[in-house]
Design a protein around this ligand. Sequence first.
Ligand code: GLC
Length: 447
Amino acid sequence: MRYIWLFLSLGPCALFAQHKPLFDTTGTAAKLQWFTDAKLGIFIHWGIYSVKGVGESWSFHNGAMPHADYMQQIKGFTAKHYDPAAWAELIRKSGAKYAVITTKHHDGVALYHTQLVPGGRKKPLSVVAASPCGRDVIAPFFTELRMRDIKCGAYFSLIDWSDPDYPGFLRDSSRYKVADDPARWQRFSTYNQGQIEELCKRFKPDLFWFDGDWEHTAEEWQAAKIRAMILKDNPKAIINGRLQGYGDYATPEQNIPIETPPGPWELCLTSNDNWGWQPQDTVYKSTHDLIHIFADVIGHGGNLLLDIGPKEDGTIPPGQVKLLEEIGQWTGAHAEAIYGTLAGLPNGHFYGPTTLSKDSTTLYLFLPGGTGGSALIKGLDNKILSAEVVGKPIALTHRVVGKISWSKVPGLVFVDVPEEAKDPWMTVLKLKLDGPVKLYRGQGGFN
Ligand code: GLC
């Protein structure tokens, strides 16, 4: 007989153990608890690239425009309608429990009040020092987030293509090789790490979201040192996986994983096709599609980090506001099936995403195909104490079909789903089980 007893074995703790981390993971699972419970985060790409609405940093790196023209955009970054309270409020309404904002992208322009001066310049390269905005835009945002109990994430690009001491510059031309001029690389590293330390001390971010680690090795970045420095100041800070093996969780980008990544993970996803604001990019993923993606992600134990790109004046495009508000209606109505849940049933038991309550006695079924007809669950070896619709006072009937009295193999469960159960975006059912979920995973037959 082939039975898998799926108690709490899908929790982050167990999964994390499958990693071979390069650092001491004591306490990591506990530290990650708020993150794995949070499920939804909002990513914000805001920078001087939103002045002309060009690709963030990549537009000069890939040669779509000269670096000098790109950098000129700083003169147009006004943030004149920036309302950090409204941003935080929109994020709260979406149901996100954390936000991650670009404090410095690959273009090297800081959005906070850095005191440090990069190679070849007399003053810091920031919107505070060089743009008409003239102020730190990160500080008030984090304050507003914290007033709403939303965790604060600092995106920081390790790459800094504008710094003359950084080797990489354009796609087809770099300045030097680290091995040929270690002193120059060290100058850059001191500057870059100094900025990370500034962020630590000034903001105590709950989460560091590094990016661009692919351009150098862990040794070159001094990733172990960066990790230790962050945790010294703020032992509870979570570090994303883009620190060459020294992060706490995986960050698949744009494409939904088919194989669930081992350990905690987060899918970062644009709401249209680009991270930052671009005027021509007005085709958004629909609320329906995003909710279906979100359900799939949390059903596999991940988080969704959904991106928005505000304009240079601080306004958020109406299409993005609408998306976040609609997602919020759905997350609000289905909160119990989302927050603090565990990954659901392994593939094969139900044609759609599922989640489980932390004690594994409540199973949530996310119906991909709307309603009408019934939902079929295979191999569920529990009694169902009750079945209902999440967010609506509708009790459901269910049938167990094909149970052979003398065989241990469970019958098929059909839950009838009436039309009135239908949610405009995605209907969710709740099954209370007689104990922690037990599954039959065999190949059929009688045992
Ligand atoms: C990529 C890109 C970057 C973007 C990031 C978000 O790494 O380099 O532009 O900020 O993805 O995940």
